[in-house]
Write a protein that binds this ligand. Structure first.
Ligand code: MEV
Length: 432
């Protein structure tokens, strides 16, 4: 079977038809897709074991981004998100990026940072030297606390020592977490080696916890989009590139804009992170801390002209897992990993980042051309139609009517539903 993520006309099909095509494209049967998703991806009994005080589960739409090609491989990418147009925008942008060969990702090894705070250190400089000299012993001690990970090829790799104040040191243990996100593993390491560290430093143990600024576990992703693929009905591709470069500059110069620019990136990233059962708060915390690392909050992705193409570049931390915890027991998350067909957490991280850059490409291109509202409102109209009680094929018709009338409100949609329903009744009376 050749994996493909090119399925033209997919959005026009019914849910059942889409499942059949995704089954063909990924080798995961439509029945298996249904089994995982028909109960909203998670049944009540399993949910009751996840968290406390459970009353039930809470579903969100589960869609797939198409056209995504990363490092020469095609992916059907599951996305869980409530916002209309996010999945469509990522798919459209990925199609544009394909014209330039798709996304290229360079992925760091899966190193997480375990932080141990040491307080009341009498001589910070001497303590640093003593800890550095004992690095091999400390790494061995750390590995003893995580034998399972060591057996899977991971483990403690390096120690970093940072003096934060005249009496305070923080020690980082860099742990290769392989295919695990690694929060529990690095917290275990922190607690295991903290007493020995305090002894060596001549201080007192403070906090022992991972850092969510996982900047040793970054992904760098690029794509090149030829001008011809960017052109709109009213704008030539080259002018779109100028607009995108100027939009990038705006985000580079202004944290107010950078926050929104990055929010657009996280539209794509979070949707993949959630669909694969990963900790999106951790990814969000890492992304924004990384964006502010220079002292000024900056865009995670930037756009530059290169001849007759625009080139996007994005770098961000991406601490994801494909094994452990939630993933083992969440049917929806397990399905997502099977649809993706990823073989490692690093591969998953690359795909999530590519979808983030695709989302940014879509947003920046839309903002530099028609503005975001045109496409966004057309899709938002569908949710409004549903809220007004439209069902089945009425949803698209009501959405089209309120877009045409430039009145995308529930009231207008209710009027459209009433009108179309009256017409349908009339038709059936005549047919009778
Ligand atoms: C909306 O969810 C995301 C955007 O605001 C992102 C951006 O402005 O770049 C469109």
């Amino acid at each position: 079977m050749t994996r493909t993520s090119r399925i033209p006309g997919f959005y026009k099909l019914s849910v059942e038809e889409r499942r059949a095509l995704v089954a063909e494209a990924t080798g995961v049967s439509a029945e298996q897709i249904g089994l995982a998703l028909d109960a909203g991806g998670l049944d009540e009994d399993t949910a009751d074991k996840f968290v406390e005080n459970v009353l039930g589960t809470y579903s969100l739409p589960y869609g797939v981004a198409l056209n995504v090609r990363v490092n020469g491989r095609d992916y059907v990418v599951p996305m869980v998100v409530e916002e209309p147009s996010v999945v469509a925008a990522a798919s459209n942008a990925a199609k544009m990026a394909r014209k330039g060969g798709g996304f290229t990702a360079d992925i760091d090894p899966p190193l997480m940072i375990s932080q141990i705070q040491l307080l009341d250190v009498a001589d910070v400089t001497a303590a640093r030297e003593r800890i550095a000299a004992l690095e091999p012993e400390l790494l061995r001690l750390a590995d003893c606390a995580i034998p399972g990970l060591v057996a899977r090829g991971g483990g403690a790799r390096e120690i970093e020592i940072r003096a934060l104040d005249q009496d305070m040191i923080v020690v980082h243990v860099l742990v290769d977490c392989r295919d695990a996100m690694g929060a529990n593993l690095v917290n275990t390491v922190a607690e295991a080696i903290a007493p020995r560290l305090a002894e060596i430093a001549g201080g007192v143990v403070g906090l022992r916890i991972l850092s969510n600024l996982s900047d040793r576990r970054c992904v760098r992703v690029t794509c090149r989009v030829p001008a011809a693929a960017l052109a709109t009905e009213d704008m030539e591709g080259s002018a779109v590139i100028d607009g995108m470069v100027s939009a990038s500059r705006f985000a580079e110069l202004d944290p107010y804009r950078a926050a929104t620019h990055n929010k657009g990136i996280m539209n794509g990233v979070d949707a993949v992170v959630i669909a694969t059962g990963n900790d999106w708060r951790a990814v969000e915390a890492g992304a924004h801390a990384f964006a502010a690392r220079s002292g000024r909050y900056s865009p995670l992705a930037t756009w530059r002209r290169d001849g007759d193409s625009v080139v996007g570049f994005m770098e961000m931390p991406m601490a994801l897992g494909t094994v452990g915890g939630t993933l083992r027991v969440h049917p929806g998350a397990r399905l997502s990993l099977r649809l993706l067909g990823v073989e490692s957490a690093q591969e998953l991280a690359a795909v999530a980042c590519a979808v983030g850059l695709a989302s940014n490409l879509a947003a920046v291109r839309a903002l530099a051309t028609d503005g975001i509202q045109r496409g966004h409102m057309a899709l938002h109209a569908r949710s409004v139609a549903l809220a007004a009680g439209a069902e089945g094929e009425l949803v698209e018709r009501v959405a089209a009517m309120i877009v045409e009338a430039r009145d995308i409100t529930v009231e207008a949609a209710r009027r459209a539903v009433a009108m179309l329903s009256r017409r349908a009744d009339g038709a059936s009376v005549i047919e009778d």
